[in-house]
Write a protein that binds this ligand. Structure first.
Ligand code: KIV
Length: 273
């Protein structure tokens, strides 16, 4: 059964809930596999920019591109809650624009939207919620802030920064977001924010105590270029498997071994006599 935003909101581990499992997906096969694996939430992440479209950061995807991939994920009809990332600049220019962009993602097949930032997003979060669209927050190493942060750097490393992050999380909760992603922070920060909130936290590089965990599909399957981040556990190494299969195909074609007799259509009598 697909989890709704209100059901996810109640999934606190301290109240006995099992940890939430979120994974990214960007297309029909990815969503189909994630759904078959029984994950709780599929995130159509703006990591689309890095892991699918080959950009260096997430700043290079548009609402239209996100909608295109949300439609592909929705085409799998996953029995899973689908969250769509609001890409950079889709909620920074005006409140009306932000609501329209969130609605475009919902009309493409998402069940909720996610956006990055804390207090500064208060007005936008409220407006999207007022339009009856559930919102997930995202704090910590927010990838859309890569230029402002001066790189992909662990956040909340001082007492003051950790307190600010906790304050941001509380503001998002008070506005009505149903869950918050906490990314790239010392694990004690993940623990404390989780303890401080009534809504679930979903961690990525935020330690073991958050109410759920999220990983990027391509990272956990060994499909990403370069070495994975410290927090990634690679559950399969499919990159070499795919390369081997493609190389095998290439050699079979070149050697005349593909297609074989069982891989061709029978010739009708009419054509061979
Ligand atoms: O876009 C994404 O994949 C994300 C996760 C890192 C949480 O936002």
């Amino acid at each position: 059964m697909k989890l709704t935003a209100p059901v996810i909101r109640g999934r606190k581990r301290r109240d006995g809930a099992t940890p939430l499992v979120m994974v990214t997906a960007y297309d029909e096969p990815g969503a189909r596999f994630a759904s078959a694996a029984g994950v709780d939430v599929i995130l159509v992440g703006d990591s689309l920019a890095n892991v699918v479209l080959g950009h260096e950061d997430t700043l290079h995807v548009t609402v239209d591109e996100m909608c295109h991939h949300v439609r592909a994920v929705a085409a799998a009809k996953p029995e899973v809650h689908v969250v769509a990332d609001m890409p950079w600049l889709s909620y920074h220019l005006s409140v009306a624009d932000s609501v329209r962009n969130a609605a475009a993602l919902i009309r493409s097949g998402a069940d909720s939207v996610k956006l990055e930032g804390g207090r500064v997003r208060r007005e936008v979060v409220r407006a999207i919620l007022d339009a009856e669209i559930p919102v997930m927050g995202h704090l910590g190493l927010t990838p859309q802030s890569v230029m402002a942060f001066g790189g992909f750097k662990v956040q909340a490393k001082t007492r003051e920064a950790a307190q600010q992050l906790q304050l941001d999380a509380k503001v998002l909760q008070d506005e009505g977001v149903f869950a918050v992603v906490i990314e790239g922070v010392p694990s004690v920060v993940g623990t404390r924010v989780t303890e401080a909130l009534e809504i679930p936290t979903i961690g990525i590089g935020a330690g073991p105590d958050t109410d759920g965990q999220v990983l990027v599909f391509h990272d956990l399957l060994g499909l990403t270029k370069g070495s994975p981040a410290k927090f990634v556990r690679q559950y399969a190494n499919l990159g070499p498997v795919i390369t081997d299969a493609l190389a095998h195909f290439a050699s079979d074609v070149r050697n005349g071994e593909f297609p074989g007799p069982s891989e061709v259509y029978a010739n009708p009598e009419d054509l061979v006599n």
